[in-house]
Design a protein around this ligand. Structure first.
Ligand code: CMC
Length: 425
């Protein structure tokens, strides 16, 4: 029973409804509008700006205060004290693992990194210059054809096996997409390496010489994955939930999430930020780009700036900025793009246009500079975001399937022609 009620009356009609108001652990109350439809009325909320599409216990964001919690733990603390695989466990199972569970989970993930050799034939069907995100959509979708043994979404153990498989194999597929684009042989995973270290190994090792994983860079890679691990009901996660609500298999659902992530307003922004910084090229051109970003007749936006929910700062961006300094320091790189980025941030944060609209750097603003310093090509940036986001997508899909749910089926405000007759011939 809801503690509070909202009353809805509509001018000029007899309709008067009492709607339950629910309170979560944190965050604003929500008005439960489920009974509107049986009274012949819907809500209208393009872009889901004011809509809670589901109940969830995984991640909480307070956009005004710049807070991001996974299962209650602040992202800053997780970034400092935890690692990606532990956060995967936390997202999937709801609690931090004890030492045994942690070791067992890490072993499971790190020992299921190989993909079926036939994936190579599938991959070879792509053009050599295919965007790696196109390849990832295809390969992850294709995984559903390899694991008929565990596709029963109503079987909890099947769901768990699939979650492990996806987290284990995403870096392998991502590195294969890269190797294919540069014409190098695929590098098999090494189970003794860390998650981030193994990814760097598969990206950069060649049969010609020994590749030693730099632990500082492996840790930075791990942190990038960790900072992307989940972000509640964003466009790609909502896509995964919507696809999953029809009963589609989890590989197909994650492939749909990858497709939604690809756009420049979402995960594709990290690639767009680096391209933008390269286009700016010099600090003296920053003003021109700021002017363009403010011009309503120019479609240009400052990439890596703004967020639907964060209206103060993006806590992930703060950690990312710090990691950026660490990585560039370790590698002894003095990247002029970092100088441009820092200056751009400073100018934008003082500009009335950005201040008024509460536009701050988001997670994508600094991640590209780190990835570039690690030697990762720009086209791979969003693939890395997808790899990091995979546990979040699966955790949400699993949460939905393990409770009662209905197929997602939004309605519409129809503004097309009223019924009319086909013209007589
Ligand atoms: N540069 C210039 N103006 C902007 C920007 C920007 N990056 N972002 C928003 N605005 C303006 C926008 O023009 C609008 O102005 P007005 O009120 O005068 O019409 C106002 O700010 C509100 O923007 P909106 O488009 O209504 O906001 P939204 O919540 O629908 O969009 C966003 C959020 C992230 C898509 C948008 O800020 C954006 O396009 N940012 C650049 C792309 C980007 O960095 N995306 C990564 C997001 S974080 C990682 C992720 O989620 O994947």
């Amino acid at each position: 029973m809801a503690e509070k009620l909202a009353r809805l009356t509509i001018e000029g009609s007899d309709l008067s409804l009492e709607l339950p108001v629910h309170s979560g652990t944190l965050g604003p109350d929500v008005i439960d509008v489920q009974k509107l439809t049986s009274n012949g009325i819907f809500t209208y909320d393009p872009g889901f700006v004011s809509t809670a599409a589901c109940e969830s216990a995984i991640t909480y964001i307070d956009g005004d205060k710049g807070v991001l919690l996974h299962r209650g733990y602040p992202i800053e603390q997780l970034a400092e004290h935890s690692d990606f695989l532990e956060v995967c466990y936390l997202l999937l199972y709801g609690e931090l693992p004890d030492a045994d569970a942690r070791e067992k989970f890490s072993n499971t993930i790190l020992h299921h990194t190989m993909v079926h050799e036939q994936i190579i034939s599938f991959l070879k069907g792509f053009r050599r210059d295919a965007h790696p995100m196109a390849i990832m959509c295809g390969l992850v979708g294709a995984l559903s054809s390899f694991y008929h043994d565990s596709l029963d979404i109503n079987n909890e153990r099947h769901r768990e096996i699939t979650a492990h498989r996806l987290i284990s194999k995403m870096p392998t597929l991502a590195a294969m997409a890269y190797k294919y684009s540069v014409g190098q042989p695929f590098v098999y995973p090494r189970n003794e390496l860390s998650y981030g270290g193994n990814f760097l190994h598969m990206m950069f090792a060649t049969p010609c010489e020994e590749y030693k994983v730099n632990p500082v860079l492996a840790k930075a890679m791990d942190r990038i994955f960790l900072l992307h691990a989940d972000h509640e009901q964003n466009a790609s996660t909502s896509t995964v939930r919507l696809a999953g609500s029809s009963g589609a298999n989890p590989f197909a659902c994650i492939a749909s999430g990858i497709a939604a992530l690809w756009g420049p307003a979402h995960g594709g922004a990290n690639e767009a930020v680096l391209k933008m910084l390269e286009e700016i090229g010099n600090e003296k051109h920053i003003d021109t780009f700021i002017k363009r970003a403010k011009d309503k007749d120019d479609p240009f936006r400052l990439m890596g700036f703004g967020h639907r929910v964060y209206k103060n700062f993006d806590p992930r961006a703060k950690v990312m900025k710090q990691t950026c300094d660490e990585v560039l320091g370790e590698l002894g790189i003095n990247d002029p793009l970092l100088r441009i980025a820092k200056r751009l941030e400073q100018i934008a944060l003082e500009d009335e246009y950005f201040v008024e609209r509460k536009l701050y750097p988001n997670v994508d603003f600094y991640s590209g500079i780190i990835l570039k310093a690690l030697g990762i090509p720009v086209e791979m940036f969003t693939v890395i975001f997808a790899t990091g986001r995979t546990p979040g997508w699966i955790a949400h899909w699993h949460e939905m399937i393990s409770h009662s749910y209905r197929i997602g089926r939004p309605r519409q405000l129809y503004t097309g022609p009223a019924k009319r007759d086909y013209p007589a011939k």
